[in-house]
Design a protein around this ligand. Structure first.
Ligand code: UD1
Ligand code: UDP
Length: 353
């Protein structure tokens, strides 16, 4: 079977790593990088540390408005998919690369498999929510990470082709933990074990306007902890644009994005995590690190129900309070599968008629 996988942004490289490995055992994979993320620290390093094969195509789409970026992807993906004529097209998560991949494939009557199907925040102002909804409705195979995702799809009338496989991010986190523990990034940054908070912020709702970004940075400055903050390029640019660079105090260490293994190493040794990332909320849960989520809602409700994730928004006082006082109570459930989601996905693809 010939399987085309479409990736483009940082979390998709992480998700594709285990799937690509499993798929390639018995099939041919054509790996297509849209070029949505292109900085070395946002793209190349993930291929290196996760041992992902070099993409067969890099469409070099780069940054732009939603329409421009997605439109360019559609045009370039159509050409590649027509030429390669794969048996199935895999898309991952909820970025513009996911939307373009699903749409380009479906219009060519190619079956689409969506890895991480069924997630919903029920907030349609999030670009990701629109991308997911469209991708799910265009897919004939929907690989759900959680039971909640299966139920979300059912509410929209999608029941055919839905498979609860577990979360591929759990697979890759488990498989990478040992290598991450060997990394010396914590020492290199002069940090001590459980002596800092690891923070990431990049959601447009939090960084594209000055007030929420300023509010979150103020919370980091005032929380009384050392905060390590690998800043997404979007966030770094906005901090400069709003003149907020100089506003963070000495306890906040703004660093460049780090590779996946360094990130896991920083996470495993962190006292707490403060983030608006989808993937990072789950990784905190996998490794039992209390997570403060800088959003008003989350797709990963199991992490909240189990007591490991406090969804607090971006108000300075609320964030400071959660960083200081949030203490998880619950035991962790097996909501994200058994670490073999990618194997299940490959098996299901191979059983296609
Ligand atoms: C995208 C996804 C988001 C995901 C995130 C992961 C969409 C709509 N959003 O958001 O769901 O959580 O990736 O990180 O697809 N930039 C660089 N270098 C890069 C990439 C981006 O400088 O390598 C800067 C550019 O100024 C760009 C901005 O970051 O305009 C935003 O990049 P973009 O890919 O449009 O969205 P993300 O915020 O990264
Ligand atoms: N990540 C990383 N380095 C960083 C920040 C994040 O390797 O400096 C990884 C993180 O471990 C997770 C993924 O990137 O696997 C999450 O991506 P991101 O937060 O950009 O996107 P989201 O999950 O919100 O879509």
């Amino acid at each position: 079977m010939r399987i085309a996988s479409i990736v483009g942004a940082r979390p998709q490289f992480v998700k594709a790593a285990p799937v690509s490995r499993e798929v390639r055992r018995h099939n041919e994979e054509i790996l297509i990088h849209t070029g949505q993320h292109y900085d070395e620290a946002m793209s190349d390093v993930f291929f290196e540390v996760l041992d992902i094969p070099k993409p067969d195509y890099n469409l070099d789409v780069g940054s732009g408005s939603h329409a421009r970026q997605t439109g360019e992807m559609l045009i370039r993906l159509e050409e590649v998919l027509e030429k390669e004529d794969p048996d199935v097209v895999l898309v991952y998560g909820d970025t513009n690369s996911t939307l373009a991949g699903a749409l380009a494939a479906a219009k060519l009557h190619l079956p689409v498999g969506h890895v991480e199907a069924g997630l919903r925040s029920y907030n349609r102002r999030m670009p990701e929510e629109l991308n997911r909804i469209v991708a799910d409705h265009l897919s004939s195979l929907l690989f759900c990470p959680t039971q909640t995702a299966v139920e979300n799809l059912e509410k929209e009338g999608i029941v055919k082709g839905v498979h609860l496989v577990g979360d591929v991010m759990y697979d890759v986190a488990l498989a990478s933990a040992q290598a991450a523990r060997k990394r010396d990034v914590v020492k290199r940054l002069g940090l001590s074990r459980k002596g800092y908070v690891l923070a990431t912020v990049h959601r447009p709702a939090n960084v594209d306007e000055r007030p929420p970004l300023e509010s979150v940075l103020k919370a980091f400055s005032e929380c009384g902890e050392t905060v390590v903050f690998p800043a997404h390029p979007r966030t770094r640019k906005k901090m400069q644009e709003f003149g907020l660079d100089g506003r963070v105090t000495g306890n906040v260490r703004v660093i460049d994005p780090v590779d996946y293994l360094d990130f896991l190493a920083l996470l495993i040794d962190a006292k707490k995590v403060a983030t608006d990332s989808g993937g990072v909320q789950k990784e905190a849960y996998f490794f039992g690190i209390p997570c403060v989520t800088l959003r008003d809602e989350t797709e990963w409700i199991e992490t909240v129900e189990d007591g490991w994730n406090a969804v607090v928004g971006t108000d300075t006082e609320d964030v400071v309070d959660a960083i200081k006082n949030f203490n998880p109570r619950g035991t962790k459930s097996k909501s994200f599968g058994d670490g073999h989601a990618a194997e299940k996905i490959a098996g299901l693809l191979e059983s296609l008629p």
